[in-house]
Design a protein around this ligand. Structure first.
Ligand code: MIC
Ligand code: SF4
Length: 645
């Protein structure tokens, strides 16, 4: 049978199940990555599993998120990650070496391999032909321990790219167009594969920009073929030996197909507060902008930064006083090359505030804009409040649009700059892996002490599912609630990623400031939500903190993939309304109960929820495999894994 690229990789890694869309499969994981803001928890869970040394081909721990050290907490967590990685066979990419996805693409990614990462933008690896999937930390911990990764076999989407991008239109505009076509929930349960003659016109960093933001479609992952462009990139990284060609078979079957004429695209922007709220940059032209931020795992490659440097240099100008321009390179490799070829000086001359190679403003780690600011970013998420300034309006654009906009302090279509800027892919990148620390040898590892700071608190573990779940509706929410709503992350809160009790006072506060106090006073209860609940990040804190607050089940119209998995891993029931009209019939304070909960979960399928206040019954569906129902019965994945020995 002819196969798609993703199906070929899945087939080669299949541990259980059949490649039938919608059914549960499990796959062997070759590589894992963690970053620090999810990693501390993932390594605590890895320790709890009790496997002494990772069983993957390559596991890498990155430190790139919690970089502002305004107290001891982040530095202590870095030390924990450094020592735990050294002990258990994990490579460490030290703080300063760059953003996990960019560095992984440069130094470790291999076409045809599977990569599981505790970060939702792990699909960046799809740019080099990896099957790269984002997951909660516990799933990554299990994979490090040699366990298979379970997922629902996705449907296949083909995006056919024709033609060639015009000057000043770039990869970011391609993925913004895909978001316009499919929306933030259009990719749930699907893998997006790029194909067609346009593919060869895109470099690996371009492809990685596109697969990176496939996360915003809710897709399981996105992937490009591995071709001569991939080979050239790997060769320039001194890794030609890692090259493997990959393409879909003639006649491979896709569930959906879209066609994009690259030559017809124009510069686009995602408007507040959703990555699929797309308009043209031309339609925003002239709107004043107070901040421009260039970087993040979406757009921080050498070629992106060179284009920005050239645009700024060609203008000969400095950004106007009302507009702040920040630049964060994706990796030490990128920044070193800019330093060596003089482009860094061009950026500084234009007035850029050059930040360290890290996530930085993308996760609100500093650079929160002024009140009511218009902030234009090359990032991938513009969710409400994520910048750290609740009143800010964040737009997502390409590096070219960002540079042109910074120069004028107002939205500018980069095509108005005139002659195009061309940046060739380097034939050789500057290779220096001295900030990557290999793990201790097995013998040496015995004597390595893992150092835990006082900020590391035990994480909550659920109990086996009781016979009856009861409690009040503690919050009702709209569609598209993000994990940034559920567990906000910013410079003030990120240092507490290993301190669930502390974080619990901020849970869902962007929706309702009273929620944590109410949940604590009522001793837990239920959450009610609309479509696509939990979209965005992979942070399992968005499940662990509700668990700590006593949340028993979430009733929603639909769930985002990673968040639903994190809820199950925590033993919280993700229930989907059988009849969407029941959503509006639920009110804050309604007393709900799930009677015979164990028997209902064991039977699978429908779960009946009683509304004791209104005297009604609500039918919901627990769309889980037999194995996941057992996970729920055990009170979460950790209990289940222990039960299985
Ligand atoms: C994000 O972009 O939202 C993050 C921060 O990288 C998260 C991970 C986290 O919350 O630590 C993600 O994308 O998974
Ligand atoms: Fe870091 Fe932003 Fe990428 Fe998340 S999306 S990994 S915060 S750069």
């Amino acid at each position: 049978m002819p196969l798609t690229i993703a199906q070929k990789i899945i087939q080669a890694h299949l541990v259980s199940g059949e490649m039938k869309a919608g059914t549960e499969i499990s796959i062997r994981i070759d590589q894992t990555l963690t970053q620090d803001s999810t990693g501390t928890m993932a390594y605590l869970q890895f320790e709890a599993i009790g496997v002494p040394r990772v069983k993957t081909e390559r596991s890498v721990a990155y430190i790139d998120h919690n970089m502002l050290q305004s107290g001891f907490e982040n530095a202590d967590d870095h030390k924990f990650i450094r020592t735990v990685a050294y002990k258990h066979g994990i490579y460490l990419s030290r703080p300063g070496n760059g953003i996990c996805h960019q560095v992984h693409l440069e130094r470790f990614g291999i076409p045809g391999k599977t990569l599981l990462g505790s970060d939702s933008h792990t699909p960046t690896g799809g740019g080099i032909g990896m099957l790269a999937i984002g997951a909660g930390g516990l799933d990554v911990a299990v994979a490090m321990g040699g366990g298979a990764y379970y997922l629902t076999m996705p449907k296949m989407v083909r995006v056919e790219l024709n033609g060639k991008l015009r000057p000043y239109v770039s990869a970011k505009d391609v993925i913004l167009e895909v978001l316009r076509l499919l929306s933030v929930k259009g990719g749930v349960g699907k893998i997006v594969e790029y194909a067609g003659p346009g593919v060869k016109t895109l470099s690996v960093p371009d492809r990685a920009t596109i697969t990176n933001m496939g996360a915003e479609l809710g897709a399981t992952t996105s992937i490009f073929p591995s071709d001569e462009v991939t080979r050239a990139f790997l060769k320039a990284q001194g890794r030609e030996g890692d090259y493997v060609p990959l393409a879909s078979d003639e006649g491979a079957v896709y569930d959906e197909t879209y066609t994009i004429d690259l030559g017809a695209l124009e510069p686009l922007a995602a408007c507040p507060h959703s990555p699929d709220n797309i308009c043209t940059v031309a339609s925003l032209a002239g709107k004043e902008v107070q901040q421009v931020c260039i970087g993040s795992c979406t757009n921080s490659s050498f070629t992106d930064m060179m284009k920005v440097a050239k645009i700024l240099k060609n203008s000969g100008r400095t950004v106007p006083p009302h507009c702040s321009l920040t630049i964060s390179c994706g990796s030490r490799q990128v920044m070193s090359m800019l330093a060596e070829n003089g482009a860094l000086a061009d950026l500084l001359k234009a007035g850029a505030r050059v930040l360290e190679c890290a996530c930085g403003p993308c996760i609100g780690m500093g650079q929160s804009p002024e009140s009511n600011a218009v902030s234009v970013r090359t990032f991938n998420r513009n969710f409400y409040g994520r910048s750290g300034t609740a009143s800010a309006q964040v737009y997502l654009v390409s590096p070219e649009t960002a540079a042109a906009t910074a120069l004028n302090g107002a939205f500018t279509d980069p095509r108005t700059l005139g002659e195009s800027v061309d940046v060739a892919m380097p034939e050789r990148f500057l290779i220096d892996d001295s900030m990557i620390v290999p793990p201790a040898s097995e013998a040496e590892a015995q004597n390595v002490e893992v150092v835990r700071g006082p900020n590391i608190k035990p994480f909550p573990v659920n109990v086996a599912l009781p016979e009856t779940l009861s409690g009040e509706v503690l919050l009702t929410m709209e569609d598209n609630i993000t994990t940034d709503h559920i567990m906000p992350s910013n410079a003030k809160l990120l240092p507490y990623r290993s301190n669930i009790p502390y974080l619990s006072d901020y849970c869902l506060t962007p929706v309702d400031a009273q929620f944590p106090a109410r949940a604590k006073q009522k001793g837990g209860g239920f959450l009610v939500a609309g479509q696509n609940y939990g979209q965005g990040s992979s942070r399992e804190h968005a499940a662990l903190v509700p668990l700590y607050l006593g949340i028993k089940a979430v009733l929603a119209k639909s769930f985002a993939r990673i968040h639903a998995a994190n809820l199950v891993n925590s033993g919280i029931l993700p229930l989907v309304f059988e009849n969407e009209a029941d959503y509006s019939a639920l009110s804050l304070g309604d007393e709900l109960a799930i009677e015979n909960a164990r028997a209902q979960v064991e039977a699978g399928g429908r779960i009946v929820v009683t509304n004791r206040t209104k005297g009604t019954k609500i039918n919901t569906v627990l769309e889980l495999s037999d194995r996941l129902r057992k996970v729920i019965l055990a009170g979460g994945l950790l209990n289940y894994t222990r039960e299985q020995g």
